[in-house]
Design a protein around this ligand. Sequence first.
Ligand code: BT5
Length: 243
Amino acid sequence: MKGCGMEHIIGIRIINLDEVDSTNEYAKRIAPSSPEGTVVVAGKQTLGKGRRGRKWASPEGGLWMSVVLKPEVDAADMPKIVFIGALAVVDTLQEFGIRAGIKWPNDVWVDGRKICGILTEGKLGKFVVLGIGLNVNNEIPEELKEMATSMKLILGREVDLGRVLKILLGNLDRWYRSFLKDGSSVISAVKERCFVLGRRVRVVEDGGELIGQAVDIDESGALILETSKGSVRLFYGDVSLRF
Ligand code: BT5
């Protein structure tokens, strides 16, 4: 397996852009000819995106970045790559005195509001792009004010974006190494930080909606829900705690 030495993998090369359509799109374009660990960071995104073509608000002041990864893993490991991003963001916020939790599968929340979203994309057997959007000093658009927050709103002051990036890259590097050594370490860490577990939740996914008790995240990263009709394994979905 690659990347077991002590050299830094993540951030081996950093591409800084003032503006881009989407750092994920840019990273996918350069991935085939870029070394693993290449990072793309943009001041703002004009077409920032979430899952399933949703929009991701990415004005000036936030941290919008994507990492090119080339692990020798298969599709079944994709959820663990998302978790690497979530774990690294939670640890980074912790360094700024912010207590955050993971909302399965791809969000980081603070005090009931979303502060970060993660989007992985890739070409099977070739590369994975890990995209992270973290609200730092940026304005939150009016329509998201109820459900989103930023480091600035929580701390009541602006934060040095360069410092956030530096700490985040270090944490990503550590979690990525941990994943390469033993994928299950990532799962157990997520379980400790996932505030959805043990709660009654509603999950909206392709096939409709499910209500049940979130009891576990299994080795593949799936959420296990105990419903009135039995136990269900979920690989995708939007979880709400208030419904
Ligand atoms: C996500 O999707 O949460 C993944 C977001 C990934 C963004 C990063 S930024 C760098 C890289 N380049 C990209 O183009 N994307 C990645 P999802 O779980 O589908 O959530 C999307 C929903 O979050 C939207 O429908 C809004 O409700 C909400 N949202 C949009 N912008 C937000 C923001 N800045 N902060 C908090 N919530 C937001």
